[in-house]
Design a protein around this ligand. Structure first.
Ligand SMILES: [Zn+2]
Length: 403
């Protein structure tokens, strides 16, 4: 654990670059001391630390990130975010769960796994959107060749059981713009002049149901307190089938919309411009280019930008590496792990899997989401989760070698 504490003392803020180079060099040195062949690879942004612990014939690629979110607001921390403090069985520090604790537990286990070959790639830009991750993977396809790729991030389930995520949703970003008269005009002229806000509203209505209806598979084995969840957000209804909806309903979310006068009272004008920003999440089974084309069709005649960035993805649940992870989680945590077919959010797993030609999935080794305070003050890692995380990954590598 001494190594982890040292890791947590190094600020590595991808937003500003503070401590990034030092942390990459330190991490590379540590991996080397643990028996890996490792190097620091420059990218167009922050460096990647990559390497290998040579071993048996099967190859697992580990992904983690050594950068962290900024610690502000500092006054809400009970101890210095870069001076790890032990309280109530938890280590408090920025990055404790996201992602240094995860990364370190996986690295410890990798150093002891001789029955499989473990390659690793630790990036320094995850918290700023990983702009150089896929270019790096594409440029080093051969060096990173593997049979399965495991991302260690997030945490165990609140119940103390293990937690896996086998995929993620896709993402299409849409920005709509409309212009009317060349300046705001007295609204008495509305019979003659176009209002760009109506053009945006009409386009959004067309976009809302952009996809044909999809089957919603039944989901079992994922505990979810729907009433409690809705109450957290002050919403007074409880949807049927919340987990299946969360996982299998494609979304069309208006993230921002604007036009015209928004102050107190009235200002009777026709606005000159209007805009909206929308994020659309795709579920496994939907095709990214096909969906982007459907979205474009709905928006015919509107000035818009459509960015199809990530495809939905789900690793095959019966792949030996997935089965090995489930088996290892049973032993390390006791009881059946919570296995999400995919996360409710979007991510690069599909692009990683396509680039490497191997399935990619996530194993959470940190504190449970509800208590980890990731991206927030007093981020922490349960010491017990850390030790179990090492055992989990040791068991995973052993099970991969067997079968
Ligand atoms: Zn994060």
């Amino acid at each position: 654990m001494g190594g982890l504490l040292e890791f947590l003392r190094l600020p590595s803020l991808s937003t500003t670059g503070r401590g990034i180079a030092e942390t990459a060099a330190w991490l590379c040195g540590q991996a080397g001391a643990l028996g890996a062949q490792a190097d620091v690879y420059p990218t167009a942004g922050h460096p990647v630390v990559a390497g290998v612990f040579p071993g048996g014939p099967r190859t697992i690629l580990l992904y983690g990130h050594y950068d962290v979110q900024p610690p502000e607001p500092l006054e809400l921390w009970e101890s210095d975010p870069f001076a790890p403090a032990l309280r109530d069985g938890k280590i408090y520090a920025r990055g404790a769960t996201d992602d240094k604790g995860n990364l370190w537990a996986a690295l410890m286990a990798a150093a002891r796994a001789h029955s499989v070959t473990v390659k690793f790639i630790f990036e320094g830009e995850e918290e700023v959107g990983s702009p150089n991750l896929l270019p790096f993977l594409r440029a080093h396809r051969e060096m990173l060749a593997c049979d399965a790729c495991v991302l260690c991030d997030r945490g165990i389930h609140e119940s103390g059981r293990g937690q896996l995520y086998l995929g993620n949703k896709g993402m299409i970003h849409v920005e709509l713009r409309a212009t009317g008269p060349k300046r705001d005009v007295h609204s008495s002229q509305a019979p003659l002049l176009p209002n760009p806000a109506w053009r945006i509203v009409d386009a959004l209505v067309r976009l809302r149901d952009w996809h044909p209806p999809l089957p919603r598979p039944a989901v079992t084995g994922i505990p979810f307190e729907a009433a409690e969840y809705m109450a957290t957000y002050g919403v007074d209804y409880v949807p049927d089938d919340p987990v299946a909806r969360l996982l299998y309903e494609p979304t069309c979310n208006i993230q921002g919309i604007g036009a015209g006068y928004q102050g107190p009272g009235n200002k009777t004008i026709i606005p000159s411009t209007a805009f909206a920003k929308v994020d659309i999440r795709l579920v496994p089974g939907q095709d990214l280019p096909e969906c982007a084309a459907m979205v474009r069709e709905r928006l015919a005649g509107i000035d818009c930008t459509i960015e199809a960035t990530m495809r939905p993805y789900q690793a095959p649940a019966d792949h030996w590496a997935v089965r090995a992870a489930i088996q290892a989680a049973r032993t390390a945590y006791g009881g059946e792990p919570v296995v999400w077919p995919h996360v409710d959010g979007s991510g690069p797993l599909g692009e990683i899997a396509d680039t490497l030609g191997a399935p990619a999935f996530l194993i959470g080794l940190g504190s449970p989401f509800a208590t980890a305070n990731t991206h927030a003050p007093n981020e922490n890692l349960e010491v017990d989760a850390f030790w179990k995380g090492i055992a989990m990954m040791e068991g995973f590598f052993a099970a991969c070698a067997e079968g």
